[in-house]
Design a protein around this ligand. Structure first.
Ligand code: NAD
Length: 254
């Protein structure tokens, strides 16, 4: 399938995990990639992992730096003319899980800066451009932690719930300009972010327990999230906007 032939797709958090899998998926489908992360070495590894002949621009940017985000978006539009799809995927995990009475203000600020303001800055800059170009698709990586409480640290869960609402608000603002905005809510996926969880379980021979909280009785793989991101970013989802799609093996079904 070549749903993204001659299309420019910007992916944040592309140096690892789900973002790297998304880069591969969009490249397989013909996209010109703009890969963004604060981890330069990881971005280079992602480029190595792309299919031969893939075209990609790599940019080391902190998504919580609004001026850097604006400059990057302007640079990409100047170079490519158009951004067809944006995947707001960069994120950080939930601090120390110590609970609402203990989590300190720096932890809250740090998580909200990256997980919420990062998508806000990119959606604002790219949304203006998509409005002018007459369309586009934005896919935000939220989490099941944004749907049900207790699934993550309190700051992380709140940030992801906010991303789901940002998705709906942006969809309402931009729908009239043919810009679709949707979110993916992954369940437990094996990535850099969840490595400590997997290491802990494996050291205790309890890996099968990691999948036990969902109906499919297994944890997920980054490519399974990437497939859903590509669907929502593609014309196959042309009448879908403002939705939060759980890709979680049924974790939130019960
Ligand atoms: P990951 O740690 O493997 O990848 C996250 C990437 O984001 C990293 O490359 C990191 O360098 C980048 N990043 C973090 N902060 C950044 C910043 N300020 N600026 C630029 N880049 C930054 O984790 P992942 O699991 O692939 O996470 C991708 C997204 O999926 C995140 O938004 C995460 O919250 C979400 N998610 C993951 C899971 C899971 O189980 N892995 C579940 C639900 C949601």
């Amino acid at each position: 399938m070549q749903r993204f032939q001659e299309r420019t797709v910007l992916i944040t958090g592309a140096a690892s995990g789900i973002g790297r899998a998304a880069a591969r998926r969009f490249a397989e489908e013909g996209a010109f990639l703009v890969l963004v992360d604060r981890n330069e070495a990881g971005l280079a590894e992602t480029r190595e992992a792309l299919p031969a002949g893939s075209e990609a621009l790599l940019r080391t940017v902190d998504v919580s730096d609004e001026h850097a985000v604006d400059a990057l978006v302007a640079e990409v539009i100047e170079a490519r003319g158009r951004i067809h799809a944006l995947c707001n995927n960069a994120g950080i995990a939930g601090g120390d899980y110590s609970g609402i009475t203990e989590t300190d203000t720096d932890t809250w600020r740090n998580i909200l800066n990256v997980n919420l303001l990062g998508p806000v800055f990119f959606t604002r800059a790219v949304g203006r451009h998509m409005r002018e170009q007459g369309g586009g698709a934005i896919v935000n990586t939220a989490s099941v932690a944004g749907i049900r409480s207790g699934a993550g640290g309190n700051a992380y869960s709140a940030s992801k719930a906010a991303v789901i609402n940002l998705t709906k608000t942006a969809a309402c603002d931009l729908g009239q300009y043919n810009v679709r905005v949707n979110a993916i809510c992954p369940g437990l996926i094996e990535t850099g972010m969840t490595k400590p969880v997997f290491d802990y379980a494996r050291e205790r021979n309890k890996e099968e327990k990691l999948g036990s909280r969902c109906e499919l009785r297994r944890y997920g793989r980054p490519h399974e999230i990437a497939a859903a991101m590509a669907f929502l970013a593609s014309d196959d989802a042309s009448y879908i906007t403002g939705q939060a799609l759980a890709v979680d093996g049924g974790n939130t079904a019960s």
